[in-house]
Design a protein. Structure first.
Length: 421
């Protein structure tokens, strides 16, 4: 059953529920009630007639008085019994009213919904839901076909690599590492295969590159010294371990290969600006040097109290069936005026929602880029299909209203209720 069918069935049930309150009082049968009332009235008249006859026999009433009293009693009974016709007329009128309500109420509800309801939004949501479901079904079908192909041809390096990347996109990290490990075992000289394997291992250990993932990154750099992904992962590891000079070396090499003015190049220049402002100035001019100046000013302004933001995250109930319980949830804070990347982030899963997290310097993405460098923030949360911290089309996200100070008076609420275009 589709969501559209469910919606209209629910709407129909609510209309029937409303009609039941309107129609039952009108259509409730009165036959038994009327019969009981008529029987009681006849019994009263018979009793009164017996009393009149007893008074006639005892001489209390004359024949003339008895005839007059009996005539009046019969007229009164006839008048009372005649009210039955008016009850029948009222019943007919009730049926007419009920028929009008049956036609008018659903029509009024439909017209009102078309004028005031969110019909366009519902149609758009259902279209997006259908598209998302089709994508997931297509992905599952492709995965089944790929696994069947690999069972027949286990030497297919590209197939294992594609299967591993698909598992990464669905947050099945152990299976991703297994599949990409198979690809690496078949071709340990391909830097793309090596780096995909390194990423899968790092993802399974909280995106930390230390250990086996870092060894794989260095191996890829030996084979392809200018490989962009290898340079980026090496720089991330250096930043995570406070090796700033090494990080600058990798980032400079990476920035020289990126298209000038691209989002990727701006992001790398921003990292360089935090590590060495003069480097960023050499590479991209005054625009990229604003970020450290802002950070320095905000540090002076907010040095009296370390930033600490308690965030309550919830998922819009209408999206509950749109996401997987194992999908990754990122809760983050970024500078209101400054670099676009998060300053602090916490990683959870959809099954943890609703949840409360605290964002502060302990969740800093890099030692050189902390919340304490700034005084105002934008706070949000995002559900990532791929587990990638970079927003991608189809992810769901939500943001707290307005700009959040470093030490808000109470918890900040974020509802995940919109799709990344």
């Amino acid at each position: 059953m589709t969501s559209l069918s469910t919606f209209w069935i629910a709407a129909g049930v609510m209309v029937l529920f409303a009609l039941s309150f309107l129609l039952l009082p009108l259509l409730r049968r009165r036959d038994q009630q009327t019969l009981d009332e008529t029987t009681a009235e006849i019994a009263v008249y018979r009793e009164r007639l017996r009393e009149l006859r007893a008074e006639l026999r005892s001489g209390t009433l004359t024949e003339e008085q008895f005839s007059q009293a009996r005539r009046e009693l019969e007229e009164a009974m006839a008048a009372d019994l005649a009210t039955g016709s008016s009850v029948e007329l009222k019943t007919k009128r009730h049926w007419v009213t009920a028929l009008i309500l049956v036609v008018f109420t659903p029509s009024l509800a439909f017209v009102t919904y078309q004028q005031l309801g969110a019909s366009d939004e519902v149609a758009q949501f259902l279209a997006m839901e259908k598209e998302s479901q089709q994508e997931m079904d297509s992905m599952r079908h492709a995965m089944e076909g790929l696994k069947a192909r690999l069972a027949e041809n286990p030497e297919d390096i590209r197939g294992w690599q594609l299967l591993g990347r698909t598992y990464l996109a669905t947050n099945e990290f152990a299976k991703a590492a297994e599949a990409l490990g198979r690809a690496y075992a078949l071709d340990d000289q391909n830097p793309d295969v090596i780096l995909d394997y390194a990423e899968s291992l790092a993802t399974s250990q909280g995106r930390r590159l230390q250990g086996a993932p870092l060894k794989l990154v260095h191996r890829a750099l030996e084979i392809a010294p200018q490989h962009p992904k290898a340079l980026w992962l090496a720089a991330v590891n250096a930043l995570q371990t406070n090796q700033n000079e090494e990080a600058k070396t990798y980032l400079e090499r990476l920035a020289s290969q990126l298209p000038p003015g691209s989002e990727e190049e701006r992001m790398v220049r921003t990292h360089l600006a935090q590590l060495s402002p003069e480097m960023a100035a050499r590479g991209n001019g005054a625009t990229e040097t604003r970020a450290p100046a802002t950070a320095s000013a905000n540090t002076d302004k907010g040095s009296t109290q370390a930033p600490r933001i308690e965030v309550k995250v919830a998922l819009d109930p209408t999206l509950k069936d749109e996401v997987s319980e194992t999908s990754t949830v990122f809760v983050f804070a970024r500078a209101a005026q400054g670099p676009p990347m998060p300053l602090a982030a916490a990683r959870h899963q959809v099954k943890d929602l609703p949840l409360t997290v605290v964002l502060d310097d302990s969740q800093a993405m890099m030692p050189s880029m902390k919340m304490s460098n700034f005084s105002e923030f934008k706070v949000g949360a995002r559900i990532s299909w791929s587990g990638n911290p970079i927003p991608q089309s189809g992810d769901f996200q939500g943001f707290a209203e307005g700009t959040i100070p470093a030490a808000p008076s109470g918890p900040v609420s974020v509802t995940i209720n919109q799709r990344v275009p």
